[in-house]
Design a protein around this ligand. Sequence first.
Ligand SMILES: [Fe+2]
Ligand SMILES: [Fe+2]
Length: 243
Amino acid sequence: MLIQKEMKMADVIHHDHFLIPVINRFDIHLGFGDKTIDDLCRENNVNTVFFLTILNAYHDHEYFPKKHLQSFPASLLVTYLIRSHKYYLEVKVPEIEKLINNLSDETGMEEETLTLLKNFFSEYKQELIHHIQREEDRVYPYIVELEKAVNSGIIPDSVTRQMNDYPITDYEAEHENVEEKLFDLKNIIIKYLPDTKDDKPFFKILKELFALENDLNDHARIEDLILVPKVEAMEKTLKSKTK
Ligand SMILES: [Fe+2]
Ligand SMILES: [Fe+2]
């Protein structure tokens, strides 16, 4: 199903409730009534084409918004990506951490196994933080500056320098998978969980880990398939101007 602006938001959510946190990142909150996507976007000053692009990218993994790619600024995409980073680091990761920390009381599991899980998760968290920091410190600011240069025709030296030293194709090539550790962590629970008196608390942890993994995969796909081509096009435009 392709999500379109005439659709009622409530119907879209009944169809795919995983979109709720995505919609929330646009500051559009539950209590939609019978409003359509277009109504809600206008009300909340959200660019409708951009909103639909993100929703469809999350909803359908095959979706690729080629013809809409130029209909919204890259800075909008960057703002959205930073908001989702915040959601991972400030909401999801602490939630999962708390679930892991509560395990010893709930399951009476051995301290040794618990420490192993905790260590694994904290290593994963460090990797995720590192990945996000690199994007927010190095990649995203460049994209915002690049877009300003394309729009104004004034090209600062810093943009020219980064365009030559660290073009977006380099980022794309190094856009590593941070999900590998998450996969190992899930496997410890799925394959090697020692006897516990109650394994229900692990259901919840697994559910959260699978959900985080999904969300991060979608996020990375948006970076690779929407952000990178947009930036490549801008770099091309600027290079042709500076020749
Ligand atoms: Fe990111
Ligand atoms: Fe990323």
